[in-house]
Design a protein around this ligand. Structure first.
Ligand SMILES: [Mn+2]
Length: 311
């Protein structure tokens, strides 16, 4: 099928209109609005996992993710779901140039030889019917098994499968809303009683603390459920996303150690999970990596000034 088209994707019959096949490169036919740095040295990893990018929403930190994509490279990259937010897009179409730039960079990576595995999440569930198929160089899968350089078997999935509370991503809203409504109802009732008893107004901050505690408990429970599922499948660990909380924890399952990894998100956290070439894994908090890079480059500039001063 590819042979029937010109390098820029037009059917051969249209080649004349498109100015002939010539030496036009097959990809890309468009350039990103933010160009890739030409001299950029990339940090190479064996594997990169990112998820919960939420393209199509204002929440997506595209600038930070573009910086990450331009600064790194890997043999394999897993897109662990909620890359595109179909839920939000359905309500309101929002697609700035920077979001195209991200798609462009991911497809370009695939062209350059990175194996890209896309595991759709609940927000990009419109892609789920295509699991098992390939879209260009991108493999679309419902879940995947990854073997690390040191031989650990990890199950990779988005993780909404285990969000038993709501079966959707609305868990945070659930935790927040329930506590909030309860708090408001209680607040009114309690304060009426307190006023009648001549007691001071009941503090809201206590309820807020309760809300946070609920969220923490939810996350902890979720991590445990996912790790248990991995244990039951006989793998050494699991990589997931979904709850926007980057984390590494170890769980005991029938006398075996199960590793739980969550690659975080690109809305608030801006985290990626990476595997080094020896199999060691690490959660990168990208704002910290940028800060480190800037400190290092400032120190380098300082050193250059010193040399000049001596000369
Ligand atoms: Mn999700």
């Amino acid at each position: 099928m590819f042979d029937q088209t010109t390098p820029d994707g037009l059917p051969k019959e249209f080649a004349a209109f498109a100015g002939g096949a010539g030496n036009v490169s097959a990809f890309p036919s468009i350039e990103p609005s933010v160009p890739e740095p030409q001299d950029g040295k990339r940090r190479r990893f064996r594997t990169i996992w990112i998820s919960d990018v939420h393209l199509g929403t204002k929440g997506c930190n595209a600038e930070m993710l573009i910086d990450f994509l331009d600064s790194t490279d890997s043999e394999t990259m897993y897109l662990v779901g909620d890359i595109i937010d179909g839920w939000r897009l359905k309500k309101k179409f929002y697609w700035p140039a920077a979001h195209n730039d991200i798609v462009w960079r991911i497809l370009k990576r695939a062209k350059r030889g990175t194996r890209i595995v896309y595991i759709p999440g609940n927000h990009d569930e419109v892609v789920r019917p295509f699991c098992g198929m390939n879209f260009g160089d991108v493999e679309i899968r419902r879940a995947a098994f990854h073997t690390t350089a040191d031989g650990r078997r990890l199950m990779v999935l988005h993780g909404d499968e285990f969000d038993t509370v709501m079966l959707t991503h609305r868990w945070l809203a659930f935790v927040g809303d329930t506590a909030y409504h309860l708090m408001m109802a209680l607040n009114q009732w309690v304060n009426k009683a307190r006023t009648a008893l001549g007691m001071p107004y009941w503090s809201l901050s206590k309820a807020a603390k309760h809300k946070v505690k609920n969220a923490v408990e939810f996350i902890s429970k979720y991590e445990e459920i996912v790790a248990r599922a991995a244990g039951e499948r006989g793998v050494d660990g699991v990589v997931c996303g979904h709850i926007h909380t980057a984390e590494h924890r170890m769980f005991a399952h029938h006398g075996r150690e199960i590793e739980y990894w969550n690659d975080g998100d690109w809305v608030e956290g801006c985290n990626a999970l990476v595997e080094h070439f020896d199999g060691r894994m690490e959660i990168l908090h990208w704002p910290d990596e940028i800060a480190k890079r800037e400190t290092a480059s400032a120190a380098h500039d300082g050193a250059a000034d010193d040399v000049r001063a001596v000369a």
